[in-house]
Design a protein around this ligand. Sequence first.
Ligand SMILES: [Zn+2]
Length: 140
Amino acid sequence: MLAKSHRLVAASGAVLLGAPPLGIAAAALGATLPDRIERIGLPHRGISHWPWSWALVVWLMKAQGTEWGAVLAWWFAGALFHIGADLFTIMGIPLLVPNWRIRFGTLRTGSFGEFFVVALVVLVAAMHVLHLRVVRTGGL
Ligand SMILES: [Zn+2]
Protein backbone atom coordinates (compact mmCIF):
# COMPACT_ATOMS: atom_id res chain seq x y z
CA MET A 1 0.00 0.00 0.00
CA LEU A 2 1.04 3.59 -0.57
CA ALA A 3 2.19 5.68 2.42
CA LYS A 4 -0.85 7.97 2.14
CA SER A 5 -3.15 4.93 2.16
CA HIS A 6 -1.46 3.65 5.32
CA ARG A 7 -1.90 7.06 6.99
CA LEU A 8 -5.62 7.22 6.08
CA VAL A 9 -6.27 3.65 7.27
CA ALA A 10 -4.41 4.25 10.55
CA ALA A 11 -6.23 7.53 11.23
CA SER A 12 -9.57 5.90 10.41
CA GLY A 13 -8.78 2.91 12.59
CA ALA A 14 -7.84 5.18 15.49
CA VAL A 15 -11.14 7.06 15.03
CA LEU A 16 -13.07 3.78 15.10
CA LEU A 17 -11.25 2.69 18.28
CA GLY A 18 -12.19 5.98 19.97
CA ALA A 19 -8.76 7.64 20.01
CA PRO A 20 -8.53 11.31 21.06
CA PRO A 21 -7.45 13.79 18.32
CA LEU A 22 -3.77 13.59 19.38
CA GLY A 23 -3.96 9.78 19.22
CA ILE A 24 -5.46 9.94 15.71
CA ALA A 25 -2.61 12.20 14.58
CA ALA A 26 -0.03 9.96 16.26
CA ALA A 27 -1.47 6.84 14.58
CA ALA A 28 -1.36 8.56 11.18
CA LEU A 29 2.28 9.55 11.75
CA GLY A 30 3.23 6.07 12.94
CA ALA A 31 1.53 4.42 9.97
CA THR A 32 4.72 4.31 7.89
CA LEU A 33 7.03 2.99 10.65
CA PRO A 34 7.20 -0.64 9.37
CA ASP A 35 8.42 0.47 5.93
CA ARG A 36 10.70 3.23 7.26
CA ILE A 37 12.43 0.92 9.75
CA GLU A 38 13.48 -1.30 6.82
CA ARG A 39 15.93 1.41 5.70
CA ILE A 40 18.42 0.16 8.29
CA GLY A 41 18.81 -2.94 6.11
CA LEU A 42 15.90 -5.19 7.05
CA PRO A 43 14.25 -7.33 4.33
CA HIS A 44 10.96 -5.96 2.94
CA ARG A 45 7.99 -7.31 4.88
CA GLY A 46 10.11 -9.49 7.11
CA ILE A 47 10.57 -8.86 10.83
CA SER A 48 9.55 -5.19 10.32
CA HIS A 49 6.03 -6.38 9.45
CA TRP A 50 5.71 -8.99 12.20
CA PRO A 51 2.74 -7.61 14.23
CA TRP A 52 3.53 -9.16 17.62
CA SER A 53 6.64 -7.09 18.35
CA TRP A 54 4.69 -3.90 17.54
CA ALA A 55 1.76 -5.11 19.66
CA LEU A 56 4.14 -5.66 22.59
CA VAL A 57 5.51 -2.12 22.25
CA VAL A 58 1.95 -0.70 22.09
CA TRP A 59 1.09 -2.60 25.25
CA LEU A 60 4.29 -1.47 27.01
CA MET A 61 3.61 2.18 26.15
CA LYS A 62 -0.05 1.94 27.21
CA ALA A 63 1.00 0.24 30.46
CA GLN A 64 2.98 3.35 31.43
CA GLY A 65 -0.35 4.91 32.36
CA THR A 66 0.84 8.37 31.35
CA GLU A 67 -0.50 10.73 28.69
CA TRP A 68 2.77 10.52 26.74
CA GLY A 69 2.63 6.73 27.04
CA ALA A 70 -0.83 6.81 25.50
CA VAL A 71 0.32 9.06 22.62
CA LEU A 72 3.30 6.77 21.95
CA ALA A 73 0.99 3.74 22.11
CA TRP A 74 -1.16 5.29 19.36
CA TRP A 75 2.02 6.11 17.36
CA PHE A 76 3.07 2.46 17.46
CA ALA A 77 -0.54 1.37 16.89
CA GLY A 78 -0.18 3.18 13.55
CA ALA A 79 2.38 0.51 12.65
CA LEU A 80 -0.16 -2.19 13.53
CA PHE A 81 -2.75 -0.58 11.24
CA HIS A 82 -0.05 -0.54 8.53
CA ILE A 83 0.59 -4.25 8.98
CA GLY A 84 -3.15 -4.97 9.15
CA ALA A 85 -3.64 -3.22 5.80
CA ASP A 86 -0.65 -5.02 4.24
CA LEU A 87 -2.24 -8.33 5.27
CA PHE A 88 -4.78 -7.78 2.48
CA THR A 89 -2.17 -7.17 -0.22
CA ILE A 90 -0.79 -9.77 -2.61
CA MET A 91 2.56 -9.91 -0.76
CA GLY A 92 1.00 -10.49 2.68
CA ILE A 93 2.75 -10.21 6.04
CA PRO A 94 4.50 -12.61 8.45
CA LEU A 95 1.49 -13.04 10.74
CA LEU A 96 2.61 -16.05 12.79
CA VAL A 97 6.39 -16.34 12.42
CA PRO A 98 8.72 -13.55 11.15
CA ASN A 99 9.95 -15.44 8.08
CA TRP A 100 6.71 -16.88 6.63
CA ARG A 101 4.20 -14.51 5.00
CA ILE A 102 0.50 -15.14 4.59
CA ARG A 103 -2.21 -12.94 3.06
CA PHE A 104 -5.95 -12.46 3.36
CA GLY A 105 -6.43 -10.54 0.12
CA THR A 106 -5.10 -9.72 -3.32
CA LEU A 107 -4.78 -5.92 -3.28
CA ARG A 108 -1.96 -4.47 -5.37
CA THR A 109 -0.12 -1.32 -4.31
CA GLY A 110 -1.48 1.77 -6.05
CA SER A 111 -4.34 -0.16 -7.67
CA PHE A 112 -8.02 0.79 -7.87
CA GLY A 113 -8.68 -1.95 -5.32
CA GLU A 114 -6.39 -0.23 -2.79
CA PHE A 115 -8.08 3.12 -3.46
CA PHE A 116 -11.53 1.52 -3.07
CA VAL A 117 -10.73 -0.25 0.22
CA VAL A 118 -9.09 2.86 1.72
CA ALA A 119 -12.05 5.00 0.64
CA LEU A 120 -14.41 2.49 2.27
CA VAL A 121 -12.45 2.52 5.57
CA VAL A 122 -12.39 6.34 5.59
CA LEU A 123 -16.14 6.39 4.84
CA VAL A 124 -16.88 4.04 7.76
CA ALA A 125 -14.77 6.22 10.10
CA ALA A 126 -16.52 9.37 8.86
CA MET A 127 -19.91 7.74 9.41
CA HIS A 128 -18.78 6.81 12.92
CA VAL A 129 -17.78 10.41 13.65
CA LEU A 130 -21.09 11.69 12.27
CA HIS A 131 -23.01 9.00 14.21
CA LEU A 132 -24.50 7.59 11.02
CA ARG A 133 -25.49 3.93 10.90
CA VAL A 134 -26.31 1.84 7.84
CA VAL A 135 -28.03 -0.75 10.04
CA ARG A 136 -29.75 0.22 13.26
CA THR A 137 -28.33 -1.76 16.18
CA GLY A 138 -30.21 -1.79 19.47
CA GLY A 139 -32.18 1.09 20.93
CA LEU A 140 -35.63 2.10 19.66
ZN1 LIG B 1 4.49 -2.24 4.56
